[in-house]
Design a protein around this ligand. Structure first.
Ligand code: ZN
Length: 282
């Protein structure tokens, strides 16, 4: 069965036809990822309503200190501080008696979208790190894996990834496992995450002609540490690149992984399903 380990059917981009998209996902499993309190709450609602859907809840680093707004994600302005959003997310976790929530995040560091009109870059980076550590504590408290996001600025060579790794390293006594979603760094950094017990999420970027290093990452990462994801509505793979993405398109990611590793498509599907079951218990 196909797995989309990181989707956002909870986002505004699906407001008009969400039910139709969900129908097209009947023969697969989907984890919808919250990025703020309201999208986390909706991810949980979708999981409660659909047997093949699960939720991850968290405050995305691009929203820490009200940095980024994206109309694909949520239309209205959210009148909650970061701490209020985290408190709301904690309430969702407490209310979830049947383990519809399978991970904490997305959380991590994003140095790509930093806007310095209200705060300095250093203040923003520190705030992202503080919020990330609070997610690690939630993961420990509720015994869930982490759903990590990491993106570097255009100028730096893996600064955000290095700092994320060093935070994970410093919290190893409480960090158990997780997935680093939409992996976009080097083979060496992928191997460090794998050695810390993490799985690597591969998006449609791997199907792009300029995928470059990501192809090597797939080649070098053991099959039992790979997960397939869309990050929909973003990052639609070839041959639907440029369209609004949706979970069934994850098949193009699985096909590309099979091609890179020189194994069958069915072997990729089976392995990813086993990996998702082990990590998220789905
Ligand atoms: Zn995402």
């Amino acid at each position: 069965m196909l797995i989309d380990a990181h989707a956002h059917l909870n986002f505004h981009a699906y407001k008009k036809d969400r039910e139709e998209v969900i129908k097209r996902c009947q023969n697969m499993k989907v984890i919808n990822i919250g990025s703020q309190f309201p999208t986390s709450r909706l991810a949980l609602e979708l999981a409660k309503k659909n047997q093949n859907m699960y939720a991850s809840v968290g405050l995305h680093p691009v929203h820490v200190l009200e940095q980024e707004r994206d109309k694909n994600e949520i239309k209205e302005k959210i009148d909650m501080s970061d701490d209020e959003q985290l408190a709301g997310i904690r309430e969702l976790l407490k209310s979830d008696k049947d383990n519809s929530i399978v991970a904490i995040g997305e959380t991590g560091l994003d140095y790509f979208h930093i806007k310095t009109d209200k705060h300095s870059a250093e203040e923003i980076k520190q705030a992202q790190k503080d919020i990330f550590i609070k997610h690690i504590e939630l993961a420990q408290e509720f015994k869930k894996p982490l759903m990590l996001h990491c993106r570097d600025s255009k100028e730096s060579s893996w600064e955000a990834y290095q700092e994320l790794l060093s935070i994970v390293n410093s919290q190893l006594s409480i960090v158990k496992s997780g997935m680093i979603h939409c992996f976009s760094s080097s083979v060496e950094i992928a191997q460090r995450f794998v050695s810390l017990g993490f799985s690597i999420g591969i998006t449609g970027i791997v199907t792009f002609p300029n995928a470059g290093e990501l192809v090597n990452v797939v080649k070098e990462t053991p099959l039992d540490r790979l997960l397939t994801e869309t990050d929909c509505p973003y990052l639609a793979p070839q041959p639907v690149r440029g369209e609004r993405n949706e979970p069934p398109y994850v098949e193009h990611v699985a096909k590309k992984i099979a091609e890179i590793k020189g194994i069958s498509y069915d072997d990729v599907i089976t392995a990813v399903e086993t990996n998702a079951k082990k990590l998220f218990n789905i």
